[in-house]
Design a binder for this molecule. Sequence first.
Ligand code: TNX
Length: 571
Amino acid sequence: MAPEGRRRAVRTPVLVVVALLLVAACSSSDGNGAAGPGGSEVIGDPAEPVVEAVACEPGGVAEGGVGEGSPPPAAEGAPLTGSFDAVIPSPVRVAVRDGWFVVDERVLIVVDDPASTPAACLLRHELGRATGLGIGVVRRSGPGDGPTGPRQIRFTTSSELGPEGYRLTVEPDAITVTASGAEGSGWAVQTLLQASAPEVESPTAVDRPLAFPVGEVEDAPRFGWRGVMIDVARHFFGPDELEGVIDLMARYKLNRLHLHLSDDQGWRIAIDAYPALTGVGAATEVGGGTGGYLTKDDYRRVVDYARRRGITVVPEIDLPGHTNAALVAVPELNCDGVAPEPYTGTRVGFSSLCIGKPEVAEFVRTVLTELAEMTPGPYLHIGGDESHATDADDYDAFITETMAVVRELGKTPVGWEEVGAVPATGDRVIQHWRDLEAAEAAATAGASLVLSPSSRLYFDMAYGPFAPAGNDWAGTTDTFEVYDWDPAALVDVPPERVLGVEGPLWTELIETTEEIDQRLLPRLPALAEVAWTPQGGRDWEDFRARLALHDERWTAAGRSFTADPAIDWDR
Ligand code: TNX
């Protein structure tokens, strides 16, 4: 959706120029690129295109006061450049040529289709942060080419490119992004940013101009589900930390953020009908810390921040096990009506809602209804893992009923692989983590699969002797192990049953953003290439060489990472 914005529309060439000047003026005064108060439309020659200044939404991709306060620094000297050669995930086709497109104060972003506006605003925002420039964004419609002149970055759409696909053409004086829709436009922006110098990641303006290399990229993903899961229940992480993870996911074209919002140790999402869930159930976490939770506004903020970067949030309420925090907060969910003690250890499989009690059915329906209301994405994850304290027949009945509730709410149910063993019909997504046969049986019975094999993709596992911190029940997992496998060869099911892959980060042992970054970097880019690049286009040696150039980017962004010795970081 195009952002709501104040716009000024014009229909003559002279007024086009006026509009562009307005954009420039407003960019430097309010730091946000907003045109002045609008609504006045000037009717001119109908053969001319309409050009409207786009006000990128505050609080989203344009937050942070791009170009605010002091004028942009004098960006002088030789431009800082990058290359298409080190892009991760590896694009389907790259043609590198000589030359550069320099980002300077003359650059104008032109959007032909409102679907590309979020991508255009994201580019403006990212370049504004690193350069201090308040780059204008305008939207063109009607006949003709719109604004003429050099230094344009133009977004167009074409139905010829597949889902999420894009073509990116960089020339010394113009950049063209052609995409099938909003997602592809956004991924083209990420490719551009990665092809720029590491300084593009700087939180503040750098004093040399940035430049994009000349060349052409054509690209589309292998899988539609390219996920990361963050467990905010074992240790709580709030909107700022989650936005940091989203930034990282977006750079590497990952598009599903699975939020594990409840577990034995804490309940992390506000539900109006049960204030005690957060009033009581959020006050604990592993190790005895103070916990925390997302208000509904926090959650919406995270969902929106992700959406502007092409990422769908998949919220999970883990049911009917992993529910000690809910049982503490809402005593009637227990068979005997007595709340258990809060739990701050790391055991699993000991808690269960009291299946069959009307209060439990009402609780589940109410919680999922409130969650669905604030979730624009099509999925609700109902957990279903390790319900060892639930009777087997009760489990089947509960899961069948809960999947029906999710569908009534207009969403597709997602569950861990244990859910796949429940005889069921209808759309459902099963997340494999340990038992391949269970996942294959679920797919044979009609489910779609997301593959999170714990021995390869569990980011809570230690890397190896060089970085021993972490869980180890699934073995250690270094970057090579994350990278070197084919999801289609893992499971014996028709290829269309595999939606994609996801790397879960369980947080029993993780307390800080530094630790999150160390667990995700460099394994997250390896996951991203597994998810995006066709199998035939992937090669460990080639990936290793490209990855070795990314540590400068993480450092420029202020992030920690794990120096896996398989990578020649000093090259
Ligand atoms: C298993 S994977 C779990 C989680 C733990 C994780 C630790 C899964 C569906 N359940 O509850 O946090 O192991 O690695």
